[in-house]
Design a protein around this ligand. Structure first.
Ligand code: ADP
Ligand code: MG
Length: 315
C-alpha cells in the first residue's frame, strides 16, 4: 500500500528528532499553523529558498545530499545576516512517495538541522515534479543584523573558505566523478553559521556566495552604493582548483556558484580580530580586496568570462 500523505509526514518529518520541542516552539507540527515565541529584545529573520530538480541540482543526486542542501542553502542566508537559526518549515513536492528516498532525504535534512539547532515546525506535502522549499526563521538581538548595505569606502573585502570549489565539484559529478573535496563542497556545503554570528559587530556588510563571488560582491556594492574591487592575486584558490590552468581556476573562484561561503566587508582595524576569529573557528578567511567610492564589483587582474548564475537572463 502506498503511503498516505499523513503517514508520510508523521513517519519522516513529525517523528524526526529535528521536529521535537525546540526553544520557543509553543506548538509545532500537527495543527493548522505553528506557534512560536520570540524572546524579548530579539528580531525575527525570515528567508525562503526553493530547490528544483534539474535546475538547482542534477536529477538523480543522492537523496541525502538533497536533504542536506535544501536546508544548508537556507541556513546560509541566516549565516549571512548573523542570525541564530531557530525554526524552519518544509514544503515538499514529490513525484511519488518513495520510502527509501524519503528516509535518506530526511536523514540528510535531520543531521544538519540537529547540528544547526533548528527545529522543523511545519510544512506542506504535495505531488508533482521534485521540488523542495525550506523557509528558515532565525533570531538575533534587535538592530544587530549584518546587512548588504553597510559597506563604506575604506573597508576591506573578505571571503571565507575557497569559493569555486563547489562549482568544480558539480562539473566533476556531471563528468561521472564521485569523490574528493570539490564534490563534497557541492554535495554537502557547510553554512557558515558560527562565522556569521561572530561577525556581528565586526563586519560592516555581508552576503553568502550562492551565485558566484563577483556577482554576490556586486550585490553588496549595489546595496551599499559603493564599489568593491577584488584582486585576482589575493583570491584563495583551493588545492583542487590550483591543479587547473590559472585562468580557469580564477574563473571558478569568481563565478562558480553554490559555495555558501560568506563574503563580507569590515573596517581595516578589524583585520586582526577577523584573523583571530577564523583561527578559533578553524576556517580560512582571506582579505580579497577593498571598498571604494563608485559602483559595482570588479576584479583587478582578471576578467571572468561570466560573472555568475542567473535564472532569467543577463539583461
Ligand atoms: P493543512 O491542510 O491544514 O495545510 P496539512 O495536511 O498540509 O495541513 O499538514 C498537516 C500538518 O503537517 C501541518 O501542521 C503541517 O505544518 C505539517 N506538515 C505537512 N507537510 C509537512 C512536511 N513536509 N514537513 C513538516 N511538516 C509538514
Ligand atoms: Mg497544508
Amino acid at each position: 500500500m502506498p503511503l498516505s500523505e499523513f503517514e508520510l509526514i508523521d513517519r519522516f518529518f513529525a517523528a524526526s528528532p529535528c521536529a521535537g520541542a525546540g526553544t520557543g516552539v509553543v506548538l509545532g507540527i500537527g495543527d493548522d499553523a505553528a506557534i512560536l515565541s520570540l524572546p524579548p529584545g530579539e528580531e525575527l529573520l525570515v528567508s525562503v529558498d526553493t530547490l528544483v530538480a534539474g535546475v538547482h541540482f542534477p536529477t538523480g543526486l543522492p537523496a541525502r545530499a538533497i536533504g542536506h542542501r535544501a536546508l544548508a542553502v537556507n541556513l546560509s542566508d541566516l549565516a549571512a545576516m548573523g542570525a541564530r537559526p531557530r525554526w524552519f518549515t518544509l514544503a515538499l513536492t514529490l513525484p511519488q512517495a518513495d520510502e527509501a528516498w524519503l528516509a535518506e532525504f530526511a536523514a540528510g535534512l535531520g543531521a544538519l538541522a540537529a547540528r544547526a539547532g533548528i527545529t522543523l515546525v511545519g510544512g506542506d506535502t504535495t505531488r508533482g515534479p521534485l521540488s523542495i522549499t525550506v523557509q528558515v526563521h532565525g533570531t538575533l538581538p534587535a538592530g544587530t543584523a549584518l546587512r548588504r548595505d553597510g559597506a563604506s569606502p575604506g573597508d576591506e573585502v573578505w571571503v571565507s573558505g575557497y569559493p569555486g570549489l563547489a562549482a568544480l565539484g558539480l562539473r566533476q559529478l556531471q563528468a561521472g566523478g564521485s569523490g574528493g573535496t570539490a564534490v563534497t563542497a557541492f554535495l554537502a556545503p557547510e553554512p557558515r553559521l558560527a562565522l556569521g554570528e561572530a561577525l556581528r559587530g565586526l563586519a560592516s556588510a555581508a552576503i553568502d556566495v550562492s551565485d558566484g563571488l563577483l556577482a554576490d560582491a556586486g550585490h553588496i556594492a549595489r546595496r551599499s552604493a559603493v564599489a568593491l574591487r577584488l584582486e585576482a592575486a589575493a583570491l584563495p584558490l583551493a588545492p583542487a582548483l590550483g591543479e587547473l590552468p590559472r585562468e580557469e581556476a580564477l574563473g571558478f573562484c569568481l563565478a562558480g556558484g553554490d559555495d555558501y561561503e560568506l563574503c563580507f566587508t569590515a573596517a581595516t582595524g578589524q583585520a586582526a580580530a577577523i584573523g583571530a576569529l577564523a583561527a578559533r573557528l578553524g576556517l580560512t578567511c582571506t582579505r580579497i580586496g577593498r571598498v571604494e567610492a563608485g559602483d559595482g564589483a570588479e576584479c583587478i587582474g582578471f576578467q571572468p568570462p561570466r560573472r555568475g548564475y542567473r535564472h532569467f537572463g543577463d539583461s
